[in-house]
Design a binder for this molecule. Structure first.
Ligand code: NAD
Ligand code: UFG
Length: 340
């Protein structure tokens, strides 16, 4: 298939491009590079042994996006492009709604103009809000606690409405839990801007000496050791889930959501221990107050994805921490070179 990957230069997108190409698909990337570096795609080409057609295009720009559809035959779209920092979304809601929601509307309009109705969308476990229990299945009630989460929820609803209005639309909504890890080569990985908000990149930057110590947000949750529990999933497993979702599109599944997680939760302290084992580094840490908006425990019921997509995560916490460290250790400054 010829697959258009929006946001393909980013963290999850770049790993997915590799898995798509190794499954025999042709990949066309559009990305405005607002949160990524073109070097990531060069490395994707090295790893895949194939070139990637890249367009530096903003998905909000209908004309530029149309030109991509005009010059290429596109069978399906995997839509990663979006802004994803929760705190930033609280400070800049308009920017988040415009980029994420308007960007998706423009994308869908252009897709329909060119007769493309197959779409895999990057949703998030954040759409479950504060879940009443764990594990979380796809039928749980949906809610949002910040503009980023609300943008995902709005997009899910828009995509479901598109399917209701016209059954040619097949939007697959993939709800990711906590993506971590990197390609085992250490050539591509997560390259956050500024001080990371997320746990794993924060830990790797402490390990490499860029940050002094980790603050563990809360030690009094009702969890195994008082720290927050999440369902960390290796980004390569996640990328393979997208290939399975793409295959599912041939069955015209309509609007359907799948959890992509491992089904197993780890506490912050368990992640620190696993990372220390994998890296032979000590991660200095201190307990601080809970981070507002955090939930105690969040992990997936993954049975629907297994049943419907034939997909199951295979990499455990040791591979996740090993590969996160390998990437950070080989690329202390991410994709930015010393000379830049
Ligand atoms: P990322 O920032 O590394 O990748 C997103 C890419 O989209 C970047 O390369 C960015 O430059 C590009 N982009 C943003 N706005 C664009 C626009 N208007 N036009 C064109 N390109 C644009 O993030 P990621 O971690 O790879 O996440 C990919 C998707 O998965 C996002 O939609 C994100 O919300 C979602 N998601 C991520 C996580 C996570 O923890 N990483 C969890 C759940 C869902
Ligand atoms: N944590 C710390 N210290 C830190 C960072 C995080 O203790 O410096 C803790 C958090 O309190 C939480 C766990 O580590 O218990 C994971 O936190 P992350 O920030 O890595 O991830 P979240 O679960 O908060 O959120 C992530 C993405 C969201 C997405 C959500 C569900 O950042 O965008 O997963 O997919 F919506």
């Amino acid at each position: 298939m010829n697959v258009l990957v929006t946001g393909g230069a980013g963290y999850i997108g770049s790993h997915t491009c590799i898995e798509l190409m190794s499954a025999g698909h042709e990949v066309i990337v559009v990305d405005n590079l607002s949160n990524s570096h073109p070097e990531s795609l060069k490395r994707v080409e090295v790893l895949a042994g194939k070139s990637v057609l890249f367009y530096e295009v903003d998905i909000c720009d209908a004309d530029a996006l149309s030109a991509v559809f005009e010059t290429n035959t596109i069978d399906a779209v995997i839509h990663f492009a979006g802004l994803k920092a929760v705190g930033e979304s609280v400070a800049q809601p308009g920017r988040y709604y415009h980029n994420n929601v308007t960007g998706t509307l423009v994308l869908c309009e252009v897709m329909a103009n060119y007769g493309v109705y197959d779409l895999v969308f990057s949703s998030s476990a954040t759409v479950y809000g504060d879940p009443a229990s764990v594990p979380i299945n796809e039928q749980f009630p949906l809610s949002a606690t910040n503009p980023y989460g609300r943008s995902k929820l709005m997009i899910e609803e828009i995509l479901r409405d598109l399917h209701v209005s016209d059954h040619r639309w097949n939007p697959i909504l993939l709800r990711y839990f906590n993506p971590v890890g990197a390609h085992h080569s250490g050539l591509i990985g997560e390259d956050p801007n500024g001080v990371p908000n997320n746990l794993m990149p924060y830990i790797t930057q402490v390990a490499i000496g860029k940050l002094k110590q980790l603050s563990v947000y809360g030690n009094d949750y009702d969890t195994v050791d008082g720290s927050g529990v999440r369902d960390y999933i290796h980004v390569v497993d996640l990328a393979q889930g997208h290939v399975k979702a793409l295959e599912k599109l041939s069955e015209n599944p309509g609007a359907v959501a799948y959890n992509l997680g491992t089904g197993r939760g780890y506490s912050v302290l368990e992640v620190i221990s696993a990372f220390e084992r994998a890296s032979s580094k000590t991660i200095p840490h201190q307990f601080v107050d809970r981070r507002p908006g955090d939930v105690a425990s969040c992990y997936a019921d993954t049975s629907f994805a297994l049943q419907e997509l034939g997909w199951k995560a295979s990499k455990g916490i040791d591979e996740m921490t090993r590969d996160s460290w390998n990437w950070q250790n080989k690329n202390p400054n991410g994709f930015v070179f010393e000379s830049e």
